[in-house]
Write a protein of this length. Sequence first.
Length: 206
Amino acid sequence: MSQHIVSSIAELEALYLPAPAAASTVKVAHAMTPEYRRLIEASPFAALATVGPEGIDCSPRGDKAGFVRIHDDKTLMMPDRRGNNRIDSLRNIVRDPRCAFLFLLPGSGTTMRVNGRAHLSVDPALLESFAVDEKAPRSVIVLEIDELYFQCARAIVRSELWNPARHIDPATLPSPGQILAAMSENNVGGEPYDKAWPERAKATMW
């Protein structure tokens, strides 16, 4: 198997000829542009990628469109809404600032990628500015932009992500309660967990 592993940049670039066309390179910006602002402000969902001593992490982040605030042309701010308190991404950011956002736009094939360096702010005024239903986040991820660019639509088109005919019936999948029960020898989760989830989520959304 080892003879089939790509182990150098030269091998990799030779494998992916021809070199990227201009459309793949001129789109990279190092500060916010009017067009990229419109895409980010329209997005209700982003994947957050971080790296730390234990490895990498990628977690989903979502809220109403525009939930990631464009503070200025070099800075994005993302509130850390309520979750499971594992704080894997936040642990990473505290120790290694490298961070990336991948924004999705429902109905559009275009996605937005932003790479940079982040820190966590607990400034009271900033936290309060992100409050929803009088509930402020406990921290805000502040990302200093290194580069940002849009991604072409091939992945979205191939996956038919926004095609309702391709949506999966949740009843055909294992539920969170079932997964937890299987992982804990029925000590956690199960049917009571699934039944309680809608009201629990409603009460703890923000």
